[in-house]
Ligand binder design. Structure first.
Ligand code: NAG
Ligand code: NAG
Ligand code: NAG
Ligand code: NAG
Ligand code: NAG
Length: 248
């Protein structure tokens, strides 16, 4: 079956997936709670020029973690965040990314492109596996943007940087799958472009067969070194109340 072979390529063999499900790849205080880089007694605000980045939450990737306890918690946390962002008045800029190729020849990746090893099982825009997972609400009426990407970095080959610049965004708040892929790659790049970057720890996850230690090491060790702020979902929700009204 196409779904099975795709999952195999992207996520590892079925037996690996089964073996990982008990000790699944997520975060949510597994194996330990990540300390936020922002002290609990500090009032956090994203200002008025902020954008929310919801990265690579496509069915092909999400369906691999959905059956795990950490995966379903990640979905619930991330959906709660997206809904809270939409409930702001006015809603800030939300940008979703999807990984898909322009046509069935997959011209964005040749056999020699390193990313072909990761992404070549994915299809075109019309493949439902490349669509944003249904638990996550995309609302183009309120200005949500959905961008195509074909590499790790959220802005590879699309209008991300142009949109952020044109909308005078200075702060981004990231959620997504995988922490070692799009989150890490995008945190570095946007940090270097002078954006203030926040990562919501509860809204990050690895895919099986990656060890949960990878997630922990990135959130606890690497991102704070940049420094990129790693915050909890609760802090992010409270910060929405202290931010805005968003300019978009
Ligand atoms: C989010 O993560 C923090 C620790 O980093 C934890 O205390 C909190 O319970 C988590 N929130 C949810 C809704 O899972
Ligand atoms: C937060 O707590 C720390 C130590 O617990 C303290 O030094 C700091 O002044 C507090 N900050 C605020 C804004 O209350
Ligand atoms: C995705 O598309 C395939 C084939 O077009 C179909 O068999 C499958 O039911 C669809 N899955 C979902 C979740 O819509
Ligand atoms: C999108 O937002 C508009 C305006 O707030 C609302 O009327 C509509 O129901 C929303 N659509 C979805 C799918 O949530
Ligand atoms: C944010 O404000 C809303 C409306 O005033 C309130 O219901 C909600 O509890 C607040 N959330 C947080 C996390 O402070």
């Amino acid at each position: 079956m196409r779904t099975a072979s795709l999952a195999t390529v992207l996520l590892g063999t079925a037996s690996t997936i089964q073996a990982q499900q008990a000790a699944s790849p997520g975060y949510d205080c597994y194996p330990t709670c990540i300390p936020s880089t922002v002290p609990a007694n500090e009032t956090l605000s994203f200002g008025r020029h902020y954008a929310v980045l919801n990265l690579d939450m496509i069915t092909a990737l999400v369906s691999g973690v959905a059956p795990t306890p950490a995966g379903s918690q990640w979905i619930a946390n991330t959906a709660r965040w997206i809904d809270a962002v939409h409930a702001q008045s006015p809603p800030p800029l939300s940008i979703f990314t999807r990984i898909y190729f322009s046509n069935s020849h997959k011209p964005e990746i040749g056999p020699a492109s390193p990313f072909a090893k990761v992404g070549s099982a994915l299809g075109t825009a019309s493949s439902n596996l490349t669509e944003v997972y249904p638990a996550f609400c995309v609302n183009e009426t309120v200005g949500d943007v959905v961008l195509q990407k074909t590499r790790y970095y959220a802005g590879a080959g699309n209008g991300l940087e142009e949109i952020l610049r044109a909308q005078q965004i200075d702060t981004v708040i990231m959620s997504g799958i995988r922490t070692s892929g799009v989150i890490l790659s995008t945190a570095y790049r946007l940090f270097d472009l002078d954006y203030k970057v926040y990562v919501i720890a509860n809204n990050t996850i690895e895919t099986p067969s990656n060890s949960p230690d990878i997630n922990t090491n990135i959130l606890e060790g690497i991102l704070p070194k940049l420094p990129v702020a790693v915050i909890t979902l609760e802090q992010a929700l409270a910060a929405l109340n202290a931010s805005g009204p968003a300019i978009y």
